[in-house]
Design a protein. Structure first.
Length: 332
């Protein structure tokens, strides 16, 4: 299933973790999906974490998180969603973040798991997913057999941020726009590459300057990884899927143990909706990190440490293991 190999983009402040195996696999509709996997750097092996990013993100943005996971004893497997990062775009304009239906992503995950993870990555398997990625993996918790023993979701897109009236109007407008043939158009006010226009001081995703600028450096080195605002069709597809996962039938069907870590200062997803959702699942723990913005794994150390403490307590066997050089230094 996997095809040609591919080189990941490293920068001085964001080098490619060593030992990577990266390439493409061919997905439905002639789409090429970029993936990467790493073995653990720890002496013990405790399984594989399947890492799924949010909308408009890319593998390179998670090099630090991948390193953190490998030092805990995990192998890591990840991919770029169709339409973003190093994967094939869905429209002629590569800057548009588009989707016709979120079921497209279901099949991509199935192919990733069956063709990349299960043959080459050690069990047991765990899932770590952010924002839209968290939403997309939740869709597959209704399958009879789950690949993942446990799931950890950061700021999952359970519902858009905003008032109930605003969310209703956004979804109604997106559905109408798609119906009348505007699904491929940017949302009103949408931009091709919005990341270029937002300084650290005005950004809504993280309070950590170094991590914010590090991601910007990657995009300057490899601008083809970036996408801009979503299309009207993407919003309509998201609204439809949000309605599904918030239904009582869906929530009652989720059996996989889940930990949800939300951000108190989230400008993109509704933290109150996340808390309500988590409280209705049969086997779900959740915490809200005070002061954190949307991208918890790109946040300041004081917030990331709270995330990792919750992760280590939830995932069996997870604990930070010092590198051999650090162990030698302690021994002295």
């Amino acid at each position: 299933m996997a095809s040609e190999t591919v080189e990941l983009i490293g920068t001085t402040r964001n080098p490619v973790p060593n030992g990577v195996v990266a390439g493409y696999f061919n997905a439905r509709g002639g789409i090429r999906i970029r993936y990467a996997r790493w073995d653990t750097t720890a002496e013990r092996r405790i399984g594989t974490v399947c890492l799924f990013q949010g909308r408009a993100e890319f593998i390179e943005k998670y090099f630090e998180t991948i390193t953190d996971l490998r030092r805990r004893g995990f192998a890591v497997a990840t991919m770029d969603w169709r339409g973003q990062g190093g994967s094939s775009r869905l429209l002629k304009n590569p800057s548009k973040g588009h989707a016709e239906n979120f079921s497209q992503f279901d099949e991509d995950i199935r192919q990733f798991m069956s063709g990349i993870v299960l043959p080459d990555c050690p069990p047991p398997y765990y899932c770590l997913a952010h924002s839209t990625g968290g939403h997309l993996v939740l869709r597959l918790t209704q399958t009879k057999v789950s690949w993942w023993d446990r799931m950890v979701l950061t700021a999952p897109k359970i519902q858009f941020a905003g008032t109930d009236l605003q969310k209703t109007m956004i979804c109604a407008a997106a559905e109408a726009g798609t119906l009348f043939g505007f699904g491929d158009s940017f949302i009103p006010g949408g931009k091709p590459h919005s990341w270029e226009d937002i300084s650290f001081e005005g950004n809504p995703v993280t309070s950590d300057r170094l991590r914010y600028e590090r991601a910007q450096e990657v995009l300057r080195a490899a601008p083809h990884l970036a996408i801009g605002s979503p299309t009207i069709g993407w919003v309509a597809a998201a609204c439809s899927s949000i309605s599904i996962i918030n239904s009582l039938d869906f929530m009652e069907s989720v059996k996989v143990p889940i930990l949800i870590v939300a951000a108190a200062n989230d400008a993109f997803v509704c933290t109150a909706a996340i808390e309500r959702f988590a409280s209705r699942l049969k086997n779900c723990a959740h915490i809200v990190i005070a002061g954190a913005k949307h991208e918890i794994l790109q946040e300041r150390d004081q917030f990331r440490e709270q995330f990792w403490a919750a992760f280590d307590a939830f995932v069996p066997g997870s604990v930070l293991i010092p590198r051999r050089s650090e162990q030698a230094e302690v021994a002295r």
